[in-house]
Design a protein around this ligand. Structure first.
Ligand SMILES: C[S@@+](CC[C@H](N)C(=O)[O-])C[C@H]1O[C@@H](n2cnc3c(N)ncnc32)[C@H](O)[C@@H]1O
Length: 340
């Protein structure tokens, strides 16, 4: 019988070594420099990254060990993963999320014990803000919604491949943030048009991204606040909630799903795209740890299971509820309901 060893615990305890190595390489734009099959030796890294020999050697070896670089002769080049997702300017660039975790959440996570004891967020102060989204801080505006874009642009692609929008042509993206979902979905589905509903300062960010994507004729923005109870804009046949409901408590989520039901026509559908917990609350880690991140970043958020979402959808009036599973950074599945 195999001997039980503490080796998995060493993997857990050194997780931050992996993250900080990865984040430093992204900050140095290592993978962008290697775009298109470029090879870098330790001597090149000394010259190009301005690093002394020892750190250059250690960084390249560590990045290779993490699957970000592969060996090529006496140097290294990008792995397929790095080439696809870590080269600036590529459509599914993921560096925004790396920078956000590094610059905004990493140090607050250092005080996770405090959050566990007090049940209060660590990245902002509830005494001076309504929510983490209610901010004019330009660093937060750029970094949070940049992170959401880089997480959601690929997630939207995965969603489009796995979720039947039921022929829906008009999508309402509630809390649509950077506009990543409508941008990707409109690129993939030529008949689709969409509205991003979000706070006014966030709609400005979405409108900029939509204009840069050349989709201003198909994607509109609707500034508003979904917590006021004034309802959601009508005139759409699909209502999407992506990474919205994990920010709030059950009562708020029930109200949001009821607003979605009221805003939809007959046969309209609601799509909840999230990192879903499994039914017995044992994982997967991406969902359970995102729940911990909700402790760090929100007052009442947590990651929920598809069974919990299904129950709230039923209470709101939706039927034909199903869960579809897929693999993406911002969601491992979607829960869908129809208004009959
Ligand atoms: C975690 S982000 C998700 C963004 C986007 N759905 C995605 O998946 O990329 C949550 C979004 O909800 C928006 N939001 C928060 N409170 C809101 C409110 N009261 N009314 C409208 N939007 C809100 C935030 O501005 C933010 O864009």
């Amino acid at each position: 019988m195999d001997m039980l060893t503490p080796t998995p615990l060493m993997g857990l305890v050194t997780g931050f070594w992996s993250f900080k190595t990865f984040a430093a390489a992204v900050e140095l734009e290592l993978f962008t420099r290697l775009a298109g099959g470029q090879v870098i030796t330790v001597a090149d890294a000394e010259a190009e990254l301005g690093l002394p020999e020892r750190p250059a050697d250690l960084l390249l070896a560590a990045c290779a060990s993490l699957g970000l670089l592969t060996r090529d002769g006496d140097g290294y080049r990008n792995s397929a993963l790095a080439e696809e997702f870590l080269v600036k300017g590529k459509p599914y660039y993921f560096g925004g999320q790396v920078a956000y975790c590094d610059q905004r959440t990493y140090l607050p996570w250092h005080r996770i014990g405090e959050a566990l004891r007090t049940d209060r967020p660590l990245t902002w102060d509830p005494a001076s803000q309504e929510s983490m989204f209610d901010t004019a801080d330009p660093r937060m505006l750029e970094s949070f919604w940049g992170a959401m874009y880089s997480t959601s642009i690929f997630t939207a692609k995965a969603l489009a491949q796995h979720v039947d929008l039921g022929g829906g042509r008009r999508l309402l993206d509630v809390g649509g943030g950077s506009g990543a979902y409508p941008i990707e979905l409109c690129r993939l589905l030529p008949d689709l048009s969409a509205t991003v509903f979000d706070l006014p300062h966030v709609c400005e960010i979405a409108a900029g991204n939509v204009a840069r994507a050349g989709l201003g004729d198909r994607i509109a923005t609707a500034p508003g606040d979904f917590l006021t109870g004034e309802g959601l804009p009508a005139g759409h046949d699909v209502v999407l909630f992506s990474m919205i409901l994990h920010d709030w408590d059950e009562a708020t989520n029930q109200r949001l799903l009821t607003q979605a039901y009221e805003a939809l026509p007959r046969d309209g559908r609601v799509v909840i795209s999230e990192l879903l917990l499994n039914a017995d609350r044992t994982g997967p880690p991406a969902a359970a740890l995102m729940g911990m991140n909700m402790l760090v970043e929100t007052v009442a958020g947590r990651n929920y299971s598809d069974a919990e979402y299904a129950a709230w959808l039923r209470t709101a009036g939706f039927t034909d509820i199903e869960t579809v599973h897929f693999d993406a950074p911002g969601a491992n599945g979607a829960v869908i309901g129809i208004k009959r």
